[in-house]
Design a protein. Sequence first.
Length: 295
Amino acid sequence: MTGGRSQRTPGAVRATLLMLAGLGLFAVLDANSKNLSGTYPVEQVVLIRHLVLLTLLLTARAVWPGAGGPIATAYPARTLARAAGMLGAAVFFFLAFRSLPLADGYLVFFTAPFMTLGLAVVVLREKMRAAAWGWAAVGFGGVVIAMLPDLRAGGLWLSYLYAFIGTICHAVVMTSNRGLRHEGGFARLVVWPAVLAVSVLLPFAIADWRPAPTKDLLALMANGVLAGVANICLALAFRHATAARLAPLEYSALVWAVLFDVLIWHHWPGVWTLVGAVVIVLACWMSQRKVRKAP
């Protein structure tokens, strides 16, 4: 028994650290994108992100042939679904954060663990205890609590909708990562989303392209590095643990969101936001406990 536990622990710790690192990098990415959202269209920002990352990969492969692993996949449908999810999450969260504080958008994002639990059962056939579903419902209730004041005031409906769609896309990425955990390398994480982004966004980006000064150009390019490293961290995390076990860790992103809201935009979270966050974190924690007890 002790030997089995020692074999599982290093992988679990590694997965946890990778997941937390990926989420932290995504928070920096979102803060950077929010700063850019008032000046540049979403098509341009997301397209540059993917082109920068693709350029870095191709440069690395020119110096070290085969760097990043193979581009082809034995699971094209799952890989394309992951690429579409990554593109959708980037576009819709960018649109959401034009108006929403990071913390408010992240509370909607916190429904992703519960969506991922559902997708893990339906798509990956992972088992789930009934109690975990109950805590998922509590978590959704926490999101409603946090959103209610803004929705009652009649504002930000569209921004919350964008955040919700982005969250669905993110849950697809998380589930796809688990389904593709046996495929090594990270080249697929770069090439497939980049090809899809160029195919879909390039015509719109050209039509509404806005020249960027050096400072903004560097910020636009930084998004590519941040997104690439963050997605690699998440993909590696899912090679060491199940989607159901890792999903609840996503509430850690709230710490970054509140920190950036206060430091950059001087926006303190409201009472209802904090109450909703407490409910969501509790639900995530309890859900994770129930998942760990699943047979």
